[in-house]
Write a protein that binds this ligand. Structure first.
Ligand SMILES: Cc1ncc(C[n+]2csc(CCOP(=O)(O)OP(=O)(O)O)c2C)c(N)n1
Length: 641
């Protein structure tokens, strides 16, 4: 038995023979499962199979305890090679190959078309190419921050080397000195549309070298060479290393070799029979097709609870005399959390905006836990997601346009991976001010609306921000908190007492009712909240009584809150956000789903706007107190006429 962990520099002849036999069996499984499913990606699976066998047999893993905390992390970035990954995992004992083959790509089965984190042994769901190395960087950083001794391995393809995110990840790995990170690139020279050199030439080795990686080039079908190179990479304590594995797509079946056609299609029945014959294996298509009606016995992996803050420090209270912006309240709460939780590994990721997003104080207090990722948001989003599933309480703070819009698909993959990233985005809405259209993040609620796990908080003032940030740190799951840029008034009761102070506790999904009124209801979120309250007070003096509900969780409006909102004949939603997909959309959806109608008015943003001072932009869009009051006044009059 060769010990796990790549500590043995060479493999003996018996082990090498054994590996060859396993590779052959896996090739048979790859061809059979893709033929049973009549879809999938056999070509790359067959070029990568030696790498997968090598990693899953020799990395420090416990197949019967796939979530063991100290395990090495094996991440496969070219998720379409799931037949190869799953067959190597089955070979290593993570589950039964007899359960895998009949249920590959079948509705309801755990064995999805691209590698899925619910499968025992899979660390990160991929399929959107170019993200796996970032997940590996996140895992290696998490080892450093948690004191974990694990090594991170990332298997990649050559086609995905085109992606910019890969370069972002390579650079961060070197900058952070991640020598416990090893990449194996399957350089088969083929991708969907043909030869990689024709589709988009990339000098993979030169790119890694240019960014400071150690590299070795080997025959990726030669177990002895592959093992030796990986063992040397693991032993290199000076830098991250990449093993460039020269391979042949479709390796082992003559008519599949070097053919782009077999990148992504299962074989016909005749091709399958011929291929199995060539491999010297028994074709068993009918047998497995017959098993397809039986239930899939492999169940999704249950992951341990993530790192969350258990103590978050005493809340701060802000007053209107000294105006504060929400982002400063976020930055201050963050420092408090770090101070209160010395035992919880914590990290704050930055993309060259710490000063603006107010994480500088944290960076000064905890330089060990502050990671500057540069202008590399795609990478940062995935790094953050991966850190959050590897024992680190992970925050990323950025402008809304970069943390949400720029990294939309990475945040979607964080959702799919059931990550626990805490995203604090500032400069949202027109309140970005003079930076103009390119920086107006008007869809921060809308973007996350279409994910199924992300929760979104839009606090109304610095006090609510403070409480919401502390709450967010104590929660599992992906949560975004979205803020503007300007100093905001403290929301106060009619008697002047701050609303979100003293014994106020943030509760996700709860509307805070700060004014009562029978003529109209304003539901407001975020930056214009103070203006909406002032508008209600202006209108009260004019005899129009308007209720105001502050919505801090715009994706959740409870039945009770909506019924209360509808007690008045006019409903006005107010938001520094696109009216198409923010608070107004949630309210409209509730009305439609509950068969209710009302006089419904949306105040918000319905197009990109010019640059300018925030207050000017907000007032030009009826998002200041006078603007909101005039809209409400107009509609209450019309409604009663
Ligand atoms: C971001 C992204 N763009 C496009 C695709 C569609 N796609 C799937 S595989 C592939 C190229 C495959 O080339 P390579 O990764 O080298 O795989 P191989 O053919 O070697 O299996 C593409 C473009 C994708 N999965 N992800």
């Amino acid at each position: 038995m060769v010990p796990r962990g790549f500590q043995t520099p060479t493999l003996d002849a018996e082990t090498l023979d054994d590996l060859e036999a396993r590779a052959l069996a896996c090739r048979g499984a790859i061809l059979t499962m893709t033929s049973v499913a009549a879809s999938g990606h056999p070509g790359g699976s067959m070029s990568s199979i030696e790498t997968f066998l090598m990693l899953y047999r020799f990395a420090d893993l416990r197949p019967k305890d796939p979530c063991w905390a100290g395990r090495d992390r094996v991440i496969v970035s070219h998720g379409h090679t799931s037949p190869g990954v799953y067959s190597a995992l089955a070979d290593a004992g993570f589950f039964d190959v007899e359960d895998l083959i009949p249920h590959f790509r079948q509705a309801g089965s755990v064995f999805e078309g691209h590698v899925e984190r619910s499968v025992p042994g899979v660390e990160w769901s991929t399929g959107n190419l170019g993200q796996g190395l970032s997940a590996g960087v996140g895992s290696a950083l998490a080892a450093r921050l948690t004191g974990g001794a694990w090594h991170t391995f990332v298997a990649m393809s050559d086609g995905e080397q085109h992606k910019g995110q890969v370069a972002e990840a390579r650079r961060l790995a070197v900058k952070e000195g991640l020598c416990d990170l090893t990449v194996v690139v399957d350089l088969n020279g083929i991708q969907i549309s043909g030869h990689t050199r024709d589709v988009m030439p990339v000098d993979v080795a030169a790119d890694f070298i240019a960014d400071g990686w150690g590299i070795e080039e080997v025959d990726g079908h030669d177990f002895a060479e592959l093992h030796g190179a990986i063992a040397r990479a693991v032993a290199d304590c000076s830098r991250p290393c990449a093993v460039i594995a020269h391979t042949v797509i479709g390796k082992g079946v003559s008519f599949m070799e070097d053919q782009a056609e077999f990148h992504g299609r299962g074989l016909t029945a005749d091709e399958y029979r011929r291929a199995m014959e060539e491999l010297g294996l028994e074709p068993r298509l009918e047998h497995y097709l017959g098993l397809r009606t039986s239930p899939c016995a492999t169940v999704p992996v249950k992951r341990p609870r993530p790192a969350v803050a258990t103590v978050t420090g005493a809340p701060r209270t802000y007053t209107s005399e000294k105006g504060t912006d929400n982002r400063s309240a976020w930055g201050a709460a963050l420092v408090d959390i770090a101070d209160s939780e010395p035992s919880t590994p914590i990290v704050v990721l930055d993309c060259d905006l710490a000063q603006s997003v107010k994480t500088e104080a944290f960076a000064k207090a905890r330089p060990d836990a502050f990671i500057e990722c540069g202008v590399g948001e795609h990478n940062t989003a995935t790094v953050g997601g991966a850190m959050s599933v590897n024992g680190v309480l992970t925050f990323w703070s950025d402008f809304g346009v970069f943390g949400v819009d720029e990294a939309y698909n990475q945040q979607r993959l964080n959702d799919i991976n059931e990550a626990h990233l805490k995203l604090a985005v500032t400069h949202c809405g027109l309140d970005v001010g003079e930076d103009g259209k390119t920086h107006q993040c008007l869809d921060y609620v809308g973007a996350f609306r279409d994910f199924f796990g992300w929760r979104v908080i839009v606090p109304a003032d610095p006090n609510q921000t403070d409480r919401a940030v502390r709450w967010m740190a104590s929660q599992p799951g992906c949560i975004a908190i979205a803020m503007g840029r300007s100093k905001l008034p403290v929301i106060a009761e009619a008697n002047g007492d701050p609303v979100f102070a003293r014994d106020y506790t943030f509760r996700y999904g709860e509307v805070e009712w700060v004014r009562r009124g029978v003529d109209a209801t304003i539901l407001v979120m975020g930056t214009p909240s103070g203006a909406a309250v002032r508008a209600a007070d202006i209108l009260a003096r004019q005899g129009i009584r308007v209720g105001v509900g502050i919505v801090s969780s715009p994706l959740e409006l409870s039945d009770d809150d909506m019924r209360r909102a509808l007690e008045a004949p006019v409903l006005v939603t107010v938001e520094d956000h696109s009216v198409r997909s923010g608070l107004a959309a949630t309210a409209a959806e509730w009305l439609a789903l509950n068969g209710r109608s009302t006089h419904f008015v949306r105040v918000g943003v319905d197009g990109y706007r010019s640059s300018g001072a925030s207050q000017d932009l907000l007032s030009r869009n009826h998002l200041d107190a006078d603007g909101i009051a005039s809209v409400v006044r107009g509609h209450t009059k019309k409604n009663s006429a």
